[in-house]
Design a protein around this ligand. Structure first.
Ligand SMILES: Cc1cc2nc3c(=O)[nH]c(=O)nc-3n(C[C@H](O)[C@H](O)[C@H](O)COP(=O)(O)OP(=O)(O)OC[C@H]3O[C@@H](n4cnc5c(N)ncnc54)[C@H](O)[C@@H]3O)c2cc1C
Length: 373
């Protein structure tokens, strides 16, 4: 049986960022991906927003890694010519009683290290975005958008230059800890054949599959595998000339950031994601959810025409909290938590995981192999 230095489960943005980081540190990595290409799950079903780090609890991994990751991502996208735009965003209060919430958002963001937010009067915000209706707004100048596929291709390219190998169509079904190595049982989705591969280090970056995979890792105490809950976020798009040049967000709602407007790099407008708790992985978008979108969007864009929203796609948040509970933090568990040397499990990597990806990769490298870093 082959034994490699490190196996990474999952070729989403996190697995690829980790592969790049470990390759840079001289580790031989094999990325094992169940799908037939990279980034087909959450990493390509999101808003592609480079978040500033505004909403997360003080001291949380989400706050820390988002702010660090944002700086690293802008530097990386500039250096590697990855399409992105620091377009900025407005968080808008549409009711008088929400204005105080905006002030709270600014204070909390400042405490987390985001100190460039600007409170705008309604007139100032409307001068920037003439189609907008609001009572007041907060401008976040460092929010942006990125081409997530170009980012993933770049990460993969660098990882491969550093000696990483990508195995597609291959699912890691289960594993066991055998002395000082991980023996992983895999299934080839093309041929149906099964084989074992061993590694001295193992990173479980399987996204929506990470909890199930960890629970099938013999030797890992189940108490270190949190329960996964699924919250689908549906998107609807509007064709035609963009009405806005910045991202427009309402004040946050429980479980998500509210039905917001994001722009793609061509200026195309899409709205979402909403929050729909589901039992099974299913990416279909119910067109009837548009009814709710019209009402929410017209609070800040009253000109939205009837019949203009088309269902586009959805993504599924790998939640670690139940409906109504406070949002859980990222879980990035290394030996300091579960006691197993050379193993890192990543759970609950919902937003802002894309923004944080390069910072997460550094943290994984530290937890995995402090001697390398
Ligand atoms: C609706 C929505 C909107 C979002 N918007 C933003 C945003 O604007 N900005 C931001 O910063 N973040 C955003 N995020 C979060 C961001 O998209 C995720 O944090 C990030 O994509 C997670 O990447 P990942 O690599 O962990 O997961 P994934 O991209 O899901 O990758 C995991 C991979 O593992 C593979 N896999 C699973 N099980 C196995 C197995 N057993 N064996 C082998 N392979 C396996 C899967 O096929 C998959 O390719 C959003 C998320 C959602 C759901």
């Amino acid at each position: 049986m082959d034994t490699v230095d490190c196996i990474i489960a999952g070729a989403g943005v996190i697995g690829l960022a980790v592969a790049r980081e470990l390759s840079r540190l001289g580790m031989e990595t094999v990325i094992i991906e169940a799908a037939d290409s990279i980034g087909t799950e959450t990493s390509s079903r999101n808003s592609e927003v480079i978040h500033a780090g505004i909403y997360y609890p003080i001291g949380s991994l989400k706050a820390k890694l988002c702010i660090e990751g944002r700086a690293k991502l802008y530097a990386y996208t500039n250096e590697r010519n990855i399409p992105h735009k620091r377009c900025g965003k407005l968080i808008v209060a549409t009711l008088p009683e929400q204005v105080v919430t905006l002030a709270g958002i600014i204070d909390k963001a400042k405490a987390c290290g985001v100190d460039d937010l600007v409170m705008l009067s309604a007139a100032e915000a409307i001068a920037m975005e003439p189609r907008l209706t609001c009572q007041a707004a907060v401008l976040s100048p460092s929010t942006g958008i990125v081409d997530s596929h170009a980012l993933m291709l770049s990460l993969l390219g660098e990882a491969e230059e550093g000696g990483a190998y990508l195995s597609l169509n291959t699912e890691i079904v289960s594993g066991r800890i055998d002395a000082d190595r991980f023996v992983l049982h895999t299934r080839d989705h093309g041929t149906g054949s099964e084989y074992e591969i061993a590694a001295r280090h193992f990173v479980n970056a399987a996204g929506l599959g990470a909890n199930a995979l960890a629970s099938r890792l013999e030797g890992l105490d189940p108490k270190f595998v949190p329960q996964l809950r699924l919250a689908r976020g549906n998107y609807f798009s509007v064709t035609g000339k963009p009405a806005f040049s910045r991202l427009i967000y309402p004040v946050p709602e429980p479980g998500g950031l509210g039905v917001h407007l994001t722009l793609d790099l061509n200026g195309g407008m899409r709205f979402g994601p909403d929050v729909e708790w589901i039992e099974e992985k299913d990416y279909s978008v119910n067109p009837r959810r548009a009814d709710h979108f019209y009402g929410e969007i017209r609070k800040y864009w009253p000109d939205l025409a009837d019949g203009s929203l088309s269902p586009t796609y959805s993504g599924i948040r790998p939640k670690l909290s139940a409906p109504g509970e406070a949002a859980a933090d990222f879980v990035i568990d290394g030996p300091e938590t579960h006691g197993i040397k050379n193993l890192v499990n990543l759970f609950g990597l919902e937003s802002p995981g894309l923004t944080s990806s390069l910072a997460i990769a550094e943290l994984v490298a530290q937890r995995l192999a402090p001697t390398y870093v």
